[in-house]
Design a protein around this ligand. Sequence first.
Ligand code: ARG
Length: 575
Amino acid sequence: MNIRQVLDQRISTALISAGATEGTPAVIKQSNKAEFGHYQANGVMGVAKKLKMNPRQLATKVLEALDLSDIADKVEIAGPGFLNIHLKPDWLSQQLELALSADKLNIEQVENPQTVVIDYSGPNLAKEMHVGHLRSTIIGDVIVRVLRFIGHKVIPQNHVGDWGTQFGMLLAHMNSLQASDNELSMQLSDLEGFYREAKKRFDAEPDFAETARNYVVKLQAGDSACLVLWQQFIDISLQHCEDVYKRLNVLLTRDDVMPESGYNDDLSRVVIDLKNANLLTEDQGAQCVFLDEFKGKDDKILPAIVQKSNGGYLYATTDLAALRYRHHKLQANRILYFVDARQSLHLNQVFSIAKKANFVPLAIKLEHMAFGTMMGKNGKPFATRDGGTVKLIDLLKEAEQRALDMVNEKNPDLDEAERKTVAHTVGIGAVKYADLSKNRSSDYIFNWDTMLSFEGNTAPYLQYAYARIQSIFRKAGEFDSNAALDLIEVAEKQLAVKLLQLPETIELVAKDGTPNTLCNYLFELAGNFMTFYESCPILKAEKEVKNSRLKLAKLTAETLETGLDLLGIKVLKRM
Ligand code: ARG
């Protein structure tokens, strides 16, 4: 159990002894000022109100029933009935020793591992990945790492769009070029340009448009020549995605791709099963599901369309099929969708229909982990100067270039290869961290200057804190890891408590899918370390104190590295 859980359990029990009903929350919070202790329990006031008791009196009764003597050396009542908990330095250093010696910083594996499907990235393969795919890709990746880290079985699913009318036009264009394989892959190296070219012809040349429409029909009917051409296109497009994932240090591989086309064979069955479940209504020739819970502004029900009047299937149909697959085949207990907030109606309709149609059990957890839009400085969705979409790969290259300019200026002595590594690590880290550190559900403004700054809540700041600790160790040489860890100064104790708060931070990230919680934690940790470093000399201290402080520094570095790794961000020994 992490500290928050221990306190929660013990104080809840004491609350019950003092008259509260079972399940009353103890409301444990980390305190933000040393004088209020390390943790606060704020649950007393709520209980007092219910019991119509004086809260301070109730707090006294709770204290009588509470034994924290093994972990705390002081518990006081403050204000209207807060409990301030001061943890015992001896206990803290024991816990730090455990974190230093055990695997994974002694963070426990979950008792009941779940099978969690994580749906993320999911670009449309007709075009190149653009900045709109950044958030899903990197936030989803963090949650994959975090859930795996604590012992869940995680199955990533990259629900790429590889089917639909756009492909007719692309295949028609490919075919008319009559190019060799080699030339073709050259042509497709600029997928975006290829798409634009095909679209231009589609709009301007009636014959071409006709061919394109024929290709769609042939493709969907399983025509083998068409499929070969299509597969060729998909392979190249996926290769583009993989280049981006690699550059971004995102774990997705080809094995995680479960494309829309993979559900083709089930789509007609989905519609039949919906019909048998009495969920279908025909509306202007289309097959729709009307559910009362989804109403528009005018109070009219917003239907989910599962089959068009011409027989074609839609996005919702595929997502319903995907849900069945994830339940039956992948045996998921929990499915998380890292998808733009603007698709929330779509996903909620799909979740609701799937449960009503018995495609998945009611107990399965389906969560839309929605995120806001990345904005430009002008407050509009991030775009090129003329309003076009920005390719993700170009954005990442620019990040690395900007970081390289910085390194060249700050650290011209490093050799060129090392400067490039630093630039890559810092540039990509900065872009990712700037996004991950924001509240997932809000929009945010993309700003090169703040994200690349060495001050504030940024990747370079954290990477620098890590590198700085490494340089302390280079200067310190060997140190005795058996030396005692003594927490004397306030800054040492504050740092110690912060170090021990990684597990409860991870617990929150795993539950809510919020990487920014972890970012804030790491930022606070680095801040606590800097305060410690300024007020508690390490290398100049006498031997015992020095060893003890080096141990704190070591655990800080390991915690920063682990935390950043969970964010998919790399550290550097020097920068
Ligand atoms: N391809 C979709 C898009 O670009 C995202 C897919 C999200 N996942 C899902 N199961 N619908 O908007």
